[in-house]
Design a protein around this ligand. Sequence first.
Ligand code: 5GP
Ligand code: MN
Length: 340
Amino acid sequence: MNLEHIKAVQRLLSEPQKIVIVPHKNPDGDAIGSTLALWHYLRNRGQEATIVSPNDYPKFLKWMAGSDQILNFERENNQAKARIEKATVVFTLDLNHLGRVGQLETLLTELTVPFIMIDHHEAPGEYAEIMYSDPAMSSTCEMVYNFMEFLGDLDQITPDIANCIYTGIMTDTGSFKFSSTTSRTHRVVADLIDKGATTTKIHHRVFDTNTPGRLHLLGCALKNMVILKQYRTAYITLSQDDLDAHDFQKGDTEGFVNYGLTLEGIIFAVIFIENRDEGSIRISFRSIGDFSVNEFARNHFNGGGHNNAAGGRSELPLKATALYFETLLPEYQDQLVTES
Ligand code: 5GP
Ligand code: MN
């Protein structure tokens, strides 16, 4: 974000605005944490602000202050639509192109008001007048902290804001272990703790929320895991029947994909999850080292994300998707085996 952008934001926020803040579809801890942190900040500055989420998000994030104020575009459609149509400024957080907001895309595309993007995904689109895009960042939450710093407002971080930002940094860095975690990330977190973030409580609320159904579903996912040693790859499939048999709730499969990477020698892990309602397979990709799952997802599964974490989808049935995936691996064998 350059000085010109900062001045433009300052100019916009010096007037009363009707602000709408939008995270990506199926928002995760970083998307919800960053939108809520920004929402608190803008409201404390006297701005009228509303978060419109494209759809619902997992229960383990609903303890966050202000989460009961988030409008769900699927559930509170009319109210959300009215806010969007009246918006004078739109922030999009944790997404790099408008295709990531699901059904909200048409409405947002029709707006002529300034858009402000805060995001850390590769290859950002060009839809926002003010772009704060930095793929080197651990999380959009860390960027919201920076954004407040650019505006000279770090002293405006309340305990609620500190908790929201901490949550997104924690979830997007795999609890501070991914390579995107820098010394600066830790300094930001240290400041958040000084400003009132209740870290132990947050870990407990986000991670210690298993239900018997989820643990059994994890057992099923691990049983279904296919290990392809020659490609240093492990993948999991979960059919709609598997989900139904274990009382699946939104968010239950969060983190499952990472188990593949805990196997010695495995550097590429994937999970394929059937969604009968949408008639498609939702895919998560994870890697260790230089192998770019962002490129892999972009090239073959209509998706994208980061170097070591990306998502995508397939319109083929579940088994056919997994088989197709296996046929792609020989092309990447060199990259996969040379990775240290
Ligand atoms: P997840 O597998 O947890 O859904 O997503 C991993 C990362 O990739 C997240 O940062 C997410 O925002 C991003 N991502 C997931 N699906 C897509 C997609 O379809 N397109 C793009 N550009 N990014 C995605
Ligand atoms: Mn993120």
